[in-house]
Ligand binder design. Structure first.
Ligand code: AMP
Ligand code: MG
Length: 495
């Protein structure tokens, strides 16, 4: 029973866009985690996360009336190369329904093979499902656009990866899971039908998910490219500002709505290192932390290329794409100055000097690979103290080996703070410098416990990360520097 209003708009686009496919059942499913907060905010019926029917549906063992299980087809560029047709190989849309927060699409990830599974088994393992569940909620807690996870179920069914692992299914939600790759798919086929499909997809996206601002152009498809460029630029600034590395920024993992999508080998950086590579399979460092903004721009060009038959005017497409440079730079500068307690609009005449101060700091942090999260949070505590000898400042200084270099920067910063209301600066900083992030080793500890049936640590992290900016006294130790073993964790694409 599920008295929801299923509208299934994407399914109605037809068989060129998605294939009907039923989830493959698993034996003896159980719950791992349930996001009651999301369920409530969407106004979902109580029984979704509480009854046997919900457990059956979210483990791929049944469908409610009105649901239409379908896998969509897309293509994409992977690691800079055209990869041809991909598609939902293990994701399965159950349909779209009207919620209290607008229309929401529901997807199972790991519910078995689809026509797009290629060599894969259509399954997901417990470890990667927990990582997706926790990280998407952590991103939501940080205020960063993302798909959201509703629940995880598991089954004794075994899944073969490098080792034999346990199967799990994560249910995720978003207004839309349309990717850059959906557009690339139709643009790279040569038939009159594929041109129609491309236009249909663009019109569908414009009508439902990406609303064009009137002031860019009177060409709707150029407006679409412009809006996606803008939301992607904002997303990149937000990722960079919290040290988030996605790990697999292929065009098929890029959301048309500028959401963080497809959590695989992601990582919140520990020590600040622009060259940091979180994906063990990324041998060339294409998706290193410092390259993410550039890669997003490259990916937008792929989208632009795909939309060219609709936009028609190259100059317009280029202008939409070019807007990335200043939008990203402005958003990045604004976010990072906020991290320092400064604001672009407070003192425009100081902007160049402030930017220099910021860049010199980032150089210092990179030179010593200072812990990115701990540094900003300690700095946030120190700014109300005017003397460098105050304990709060010594706590920051302790993070640096080259004391002389650090102190010469600190003097400049204290001088700048001297012109400001530092209580205001601090309030600003505590809203953008999180205390708690999902470090790899924290996720790893929760996963190890869950593997032996104890899901309590998943629950603890889940609650903690919903409010990453708040001091949560009982959980102080979760904000500590990572232990030595954290750097030996290797996360690859295999999940
Ligand atoms: P990803 O790197 O997770 O974005 O996956 C790239 C493509 O491979 C997507 O089309 C996925 O649906 C597909 N894929 C990844 N893992 C599996 C799997 N275990 N079974 C089937 N398809 C998969
Ligand atoms: Mg993917």
């Amino acid at each position: 029973m599920s008295n929801m209003n299923w509208i299934n708009r994407f399914a109605k686009l037809g068989s060129e866009f998605s294939a009907e496919v039923l989830p493959s059942p698993v034996p003896n499913p159980t719950w791992v985690a349930r996001n009651e907060a999301l369920s409530q905010s969407l106004g979902l019926p109580q029984d979704w996360l509480n009854g046997p029917e919900g457990l059956a549906v979210f483990s791929g063992n049944g469908l409610w009336d009105g649901m239409q299980a379908r896998a969509s087809v897309y293509s994409g560029h992977q690691f800079g190369q055209w990869a041809g047709q991909l598609g939902d190989g293990r994701a399965l849309s159950l349909g779209e329904f009207k919620s209290d927060k607008g229309t929401i699409e529901l997807q199972l990830k790991g519910a078995g093979k689809t026509p797009f599974s290629r060599m894969g088994d259509g399954r997901a393992v417990l470890r990667s499902s927990i990582r997706e569940y926790l990280c998407s909620e952590a991103m939501a807690g940080l205020g960063i656009p993302t798909t959201r996870a509703l629940c995880i179920t598991t089954s004794p069914q075994k899944v073969i990866r490098e080792d034999i692992e346990t199967a799990a299914i994560v249910t995720r939600t978003a207004p839309s899971f349309i990717r850059f790759g959906h557009f690339e798919h139709f643009a790279n086929q040569v038939s009159a039908q594929s041109s129609d499909n491309l236009k249909q997809l663009a019109d569908f996206t414009l009508a439902n998910f990406v609303h064009s601002s009137q002031d860019f152009s009177d060409n709707p498809y150029a407006n679409l490219l412009y809006e996606v460029t803008q939301s992607t630029a904002q997303l990149m600034a937000q990722w960079q500002s919290v040290g988030f590395c996605h790990g697999v920024m292929n065009t098929d993992n890029m959301s048309i709505m500028g959401l963080t999508l497809d959590y695989g080998p992601f990582q919140f950086m520990d020590g600040f290192n622009p060259n940091h590579i979180c994906n063990h399979s990324d041998h060339m460092g294409r998706y290193a932390y410092g390259r993410q903004p550039q890669v997003a721009y490259w990916n937008l060009f792929c989208l632009g290329q795909a939309l060219m038959p609709l936009i028609e005017t190259q100059e317009l497409a280029m202008r939409a794409l070019e807007s990335y440079k200043s939008s990203f730079a402005d958003a990045w500068t604004s976010k990072f100055l906020n991290k320092l307690g400064l604001d672009v609009s407070d003192a425009p005449d100081q902007l160049e000097k402030d930017k220099l101060l910021l860049n010199d700091l980032l150089e210092r942090l990179a030179a010593e690979q200072v812990d990115f999260t701990v540094f900003w949070r300690r700095l946030s505590s120190a700014v109300t103290e005017s003397s460098a000898d105050a304990p709060a400042w010594r706590y920051v200084s302790d993070l640096f080996i080259d004391q002389a270099a650090w102190q010469s920067w600190q003097v400049r910063y204290l001088d700048r703070l001297g012109q400001l209301d530092t209580t205001k600066c601090q309030a600003r900083m505590l809203k953008v410098n999180p205390k708690y992030i999902l470090r790899n080793h924290l996720a790893e500890s929760a996963i190890q416990k869950s593997k032996i049936g104890d899901h309590s640590e998943v629950e603890t992290l889940f609650k903690l990360l919903q409010s990453p900016f708040d001091d949560q006294a009982d959980f102080d130790h979760y904000a500590n520097l990572p232990p030595a073993w954290a750097s030996s964790i290797e996360i690859s694409c295999s999940s």
